[in-house]
Design a protein around this ligand. Structure first.
Ligand code: FUL
Length: 483
């Protein structure tokens, strides 16, 4: 080959590498900032809203915490309809259901071999009923995820607080996690020990919740057949309780948290902890009525659609998942007021967040980590791409110029949390006819995480700017929308 041809080829190669380098920005992705979510936690965070069903002997005893002393025959729903529950919940935008297979009174909604205190000794379907099966089948049929709650505390069992009960409890977990298809979440409730029937002893029994139940084995049993399931409660939890039952997570809410035990201060549950070594996203559990179980005298106390919207913005809008409880009534149905309010809530939220006014806006940032991490990635409808800043740039400003003035009252921001939660504080400004003003949000503008939704009084703007003032490292923002 002639020397000229060799030179020409080399020149062309060098040129193409330069162009490729310039296009990809030659930049590596930012280094991850620990702790990081697992793929399963990420998929779970993506669910955002799902339902709780509290139903059992308590429903028939009109109690919240049955003592465990009423006979199994008390359980007698006359027109139980799991399809009604599931189709209603779908209309409320719920992505799954968690059923109280056993509450603190110890009554089991499936024909367990671990105790007689179960549905097979009730009049329901003449003893042939299995509510866990009926609901899991309905969920599969209608495309909802299915999860279970099995109370560790058992006020009926005579061996509670002795080693023998632990074996019984593990048998229950074994049955529930093996016989009803795949579970997306398993709940080990935190209420533990106290007074109860305990086989007729009628006394108070206490245990050490972190050690008595052998949670390590319980977790292994759940995960053996349900490797993607999240674990709520106990020392091996993969999602954390939010620390209240009123329906809110902190506006500042880190997925980062220390390992949680029964001694952890509640405020860590509510706000997370920027220095926490674990990825433990918060779950907000709240009932649509004052109680978890159905009580006729609460028929006029069902949360209104507006109250439910408030809860949504304070949970999903605060980087947490919402677990909304529906107390099924004595007939075995979701009460019409509960379903009407929940459906209206869902329609309201869907309306409020339906038309993204930033779609098509011109996006610019003061710093970009090369082509692959351009600012416009926050607006490309692809959750797998993100805007990132340089390593020495743990802050950044991003602006959106509209084609024509728009009115907005909501901004949604999402970090690319696969790389860790980063943003510590930000604020927003709008511009109309050359005049700049601060956008005054309802709550503080600190953390973002998987999802943050900001609410403010409607403003008309030609342009908005978000100033990310402080972050644990270079920014990784995957999505920004406004409504
Ligand atoms: C609590 C329980 O004591 C309540 O009865 C309810 O099940 C709630 C979800 O968790 O700890």
């Amino acid at each position: 080959m002639e020397i000229f041809t060799i030179f020409a080829i080399m020149k062309r190669r060098i040129l193409t590498s330069f162009i490729a380098l310039a296009l990809c920005g030659c930049t590596k992705a930012p280094s991850p900032l620990y702790p990081l979510p697992t793929e399963n936690q990420l998929a779970w965070q993506g669910l955002e809203t799902y339902a709780f069903i509290h139903f059992g002997l308590n429903t028939f005893n009109d109690m919240e915490w049955g003592y465990g002393d009423t006979p199994a025959s008390t359980f007698n729903p006359r027109s139980l309809d799991c399809e009604q529950w599931v189709t209603t919940l779908k209309k409320c935008g719920m992505k799954g259901v968690i059923l109280t297979a056993k509450h603190h009174d110890g009554f089991c909604l499936w024909p367990t071999k671990s105790t007689d205190y179960n549905i097979s000794n009730s009049p329901y379907k003449n003893g042939d009923g299995d509510l866990v099966k009926e609901l899991s089948d309905a969920c599969r049929k209608h495309g909802l995820k299915f999860g279970l709650y099995c109370s560790p505390w058992d006020r009926h069992n005579e061996r509670y607080a002795f080693p023998e009960y632990v074996a019984t409890y593990h048998q229950q977990i074994q049955e529930l996690t093996s016989n009803y298809g795949s579970l997306f979440e398993f709940w080990f409730d935190g209420a533990n020990g106290g007074n109860g029937y305990y086989g007729g002893a009628n006394e108070t029994r206490s245990i050490d919740p972190d050690n008595y139940y052998d949670y390590q084995r319980a977790k292994d049993t759940v995960l053996a057949k349900n490797p993607t399931a999240m674990i709520f409660g106990g020392p091996y939890q993969t999602v954390r309780w939010v620390g209240n039952e009123q329906g809110f997570a902190g506006a500042t809410n880190w997925c980062n948290a220390p390992q949680i035990t029964s001694q952890t201060p509640l405020k860590i549950n509510t706000f997370g902890d920027v220095n926490g070594s674990e990825w433990l996203p918060a779950e907000v559990d709240v009932s649509i009525r004052p109680g978890w179980f159905y009580h006729e005298n609460e028929d006029d106390k069902v949360k209104t659609p507006d109250e439910l919207c408030e809860i949504y913005y304070n949970s999903v809008g605060h980087n947490a998942n919402l677990l909304l409880n529906f107390p099924v009534n004595i007939n075995g149905k979701i009460h019409p007021t509960d379903s009407a309010n929940a459906v209206e809530f869902y329609n309201k939220i869907s309306n409020e967040l339906s038309h993204n006014v930033l779609a098509g806006a011109k996006v610019k940032a003061d710093n970009e980590r090369g082509h692959r991490f351009r600012a416009s990635k926050v607006n490309d409808n692809n959750p797998e791409t993100y805007w990132a800043t340089d390593d020495d740039y743990p802050y950044g400003t991003i602006s959106f110029s509209m084609r024509k003035p728009v009115v907005m009252s909501r901004v949604v921001i999402q970090e690319y949390v696969k790389m860790g939660q980063r943003v510590k504080s930000f604020y927003m400004e709008g511009e109309k006819d050359g005049k700049w003003f601060k956008i005054n949000t309802l709550d503080e503008t600190t953390t973002v995480g998987y999802k943050r939704i900001l609410r403010f009084d409607p403003v008309e703007v030609d342009k908005i700017v978000i100033y990310f003032e402080e972050s644990r490292g270079p920014l990784c923002i995957s999505n920004i929308e406004a409504y």
